[in-house]
Design a binder for this molecule. Structure first.
Ligand SMILES: [Zn+2]
Length: 128
């Protein structure tokens, strides 16, 4: 288990607050935090296949001046995209105009910003 920490401040009102109280009573717990822990554990176990292991959707891991590192759930590995004066190249695919990694990267606002800045410097990158 990774050693992570998350501090939550949650305010519940109306119907959802009532449901929370009913669950708390039902579980016989005193502390609100214990109720949250019980619900998280229950939900996690219910959806274990989807929630455990590497992410099931594409997401960008890292962005730097060289390019972008994108997680590919189908390949189950990270794929490097390189930005250069000549354009974008993908480590996995030769045709970057039909590459899902590039398509994904171009849809992300923070990546679009990097691309726009490089375009201003004369790099041959797509309009975003
Ligand atoms: Zn690709």
């Amino acid at each position: 288990m990774p050693d992570s920490s998350e501090k939550l401040n949650v305010q519940l009102k109306g119907e959802i607050a009532d449901k929370f109280c009913r669950i708390k009573k039902f579980l016989g717990l005193e502390q609100d935090t214990e109720v949250i822990r019980a619900l998280i554990t229950w939900y996690y176990n219910l959806n274990k296949d989807e929630l455990s292991g590497p992410p099931k959707t594409m997401w960008h891991i890292n962005l730097n001046d060289k390019g972008v590192l994108v997680w590919d759930p189908d390949l189950r590995k990270a794929v490097q995209l390189y930005f250069s004066k000549q354009g974008i190249t993908c480590q996995e695919d030769e045709k970057t105009d039909s590459c899902k990694h590039v398509m994904f990267a171009l849809s992300k606002p923070d990546i679009q910003e990097v691309i726009r800045n490089r375009k201003k410097e004369g790099w041959d990158l797509p309009d975003v």
